[in-house]
Design a protein around this ligand. Structure first.
Ligand code: CP
Length: 317
């Protein structure tokens, strides 16, 4: 595997989960792969889980790691070509990227949606420039439209906790005060559609995701209906996708908060969220603290998903 940005890059999901469980059982078995290899992790946005889990995964594989927070300590980067650079951004991404490539063997990029241009976000302009100009294998640590390391960890977690061959997985929108990208829900939908699960989405009117990610998934605008019989409830907020509201908060309706009453509609479902989560907006304290909440094992599996991806990239060098 050269680059990892979507579910398509991982190949057969059963093989990927099997490999993940093998890696989890013996995390240090492939230390030789990363010897004298350097991972550069570039963050355009804040992170706790991705930063720590990916660095840990790289160390498990014997790699050296460098972390760069672009907005703290680096030169401010211009990203548009053709701009007269007489403002406050002294370095252009088109020089910065190949320079970064000189100092490492593999690059992880967190780029995020900027909500300035839907076309730029959905064309993954930043991530694709790294792929084009770095000369190195690149993997997404969450980009504008997808968060595949998170979705892979989510899939591993569902496989570990499921008690039915084909569990019902409900991804539900939940309220949040600030505009969040669609990357996590887009990606989760993409991975669940490829997995052997009964997947449905619940969101209020106006919050339908990009049809390329939803495909033929059933979308409910009534959360209670969607939750009936669920084995896994995957809560997430996202901002509106459809124009003219792209990237905007159009509702903070707290009747969509995942509470114990909502979970009572399910088949004793497990609660999942990628974190960070705003308690009592997205989910009530009692639900996230309940024995059916698996948000911590889900976060722990971020190390495993990152390690499988890095392992495959190292094996391809
Ligand atoms: N879930 C996730 O990606 O968390 P961070 O933003 O903290 O990395």
């Amino acid at each position: 595997m050269r680059n990892f940005t979507t579910v398509a890059d991982i190949g057969d999901l059963n093989d990927a989960v099997k490999e993940a469980l093998e890696v989890k059982a013996d995390r240090f078995a492939f230390q030789h792969l990363g010897r004298n290899k350097t991972l550069l992790m570039i963050f355009f946005n804040s992170s706790l889980r991705t930063r720590l889990s990916t660095q840990k995964a790289a160390m498990n594989l014997g790699m050296n790691t460098i972390v760069l927070d672009v907005n703290q300590g680096a030169w401010k980067l211009e990203t548009e070509r053709g701009v007269i650079m007489d403002g406050d951004r002294p370095e252009h991404l088109l020089e910065a990227i190949p320079v970064m490539g000189c100092y490492c063997d593999v690059i992880g990029v967190r780029s995020f949606a900027r909500f300035e241009s839907k076309a730029d976000d959905y064309n993954e302009v930043i991530l694709n420039q790294f792929i084009k100009y770095s000369g190195r294998p690149v993997f997404s640590m969450e980009a504008a439209t997808r968060h595949p390391l998170q979705s892979f960890a989510d899939l591993i977690t569902i496989e570990e906790y499921k008690t039915k061959q084909r569990p019902k997985v409900v991804m539900t929108w939940a309220p949040h005060p600030k505009a969040l990208p669609q990357a996590v829900p887009n990606s989760f939908a993409e991975w669940m559609r490829a997995a052997d699960v009964d997947f449905v989405i619940a969101n209020p009117e106006g919050y339908d995701l990009d049809p390329q990610f939803v495909g033929d998934t059933k979308v409910y605008h009534n959360q209670d209906e969607a939750l009936k019989g669920a084995d896994f409830v995957y809560a997430k907020n996202w901002s509106a996708f459809a124009d003219p509201n792209y990237g905007k908060v159009i509702s903070t309706d707290r009747s969509w908060t995942v509470t114990a009453d909502k979970m009572a509609l399910t088949d004793n479902a497990f609660f999942m969220h990628c974190l960070p989560v705003r308690r009592n907006m997205i989910v009530s304290d009692d639900v996230i603290e309940s024995p059916r909440s698996i948000v911590i094992p889900e976060a722990a599996n971020r190390e495993i998903s990152a390690q499988v991806v890095l392992k495959r990239i190292l094996q391809s060098l």
